[in-house]
Design a binder for this molecule. Sequence first.
Ligand code: MN3
Length: 202
Amino acid sequence: MAFTLAPLPFAYEALEPHIDKQTMQIHHDKHQQAYVDNLNKAIAGTDNENKTIEELVKHAGTISPAVRNNGGGHWNHNFFWDSLAANAGGNPSGKLAEAIMAAFGSFDALKEKFNNAGMTRFGSGWAWLIVKDGKLEVSSTPNQDNPLMDVAEVKGTPVLGADVWEHAYYLKYQNKRADYLTAFWSVVNWNKVAERFDAASK
Ligand code: MN3
């Protein structure tokens, strides 16, 4: 079964002014589409054709670089779109907020740590909030790797992720990755993050 690109879960302009319409169009329709197309080419005629995207990602260390990079790209972007929403942002609440307090001391401290993970990721990659051994942690990965991968330096279950590839922000923010990461918090879908946190904490 070939993988397919699902539509964005919101309109291209839904995240304005924080993330602009053109960036979203190119990011979803061109970049993620290319990951899907190249993933399908890389698995065609192999045993990997019958695997789910999660199965491929978890065994990143034993699949080809093309499947790892494009499979990771496909999974990461699906996760990213679901992490975002219009009229979102604000503060997390409930059990998730309590876990953030327990792990980082404050929501601001989490943001600082997460943004620092994104800022210090040289070149292209991702910043993550993960559940590891029942606790929240911040990590980052290079390229299209993610914390589910067997090759990840810090493994865990992602509950939030930020794409820090230049293609995620360059049209609006140019070289100012820090400004993009500040804006990112205004579009975080905390309902989705809380749902993932609950599932990962069981
Ligand atoms: Mn991207």
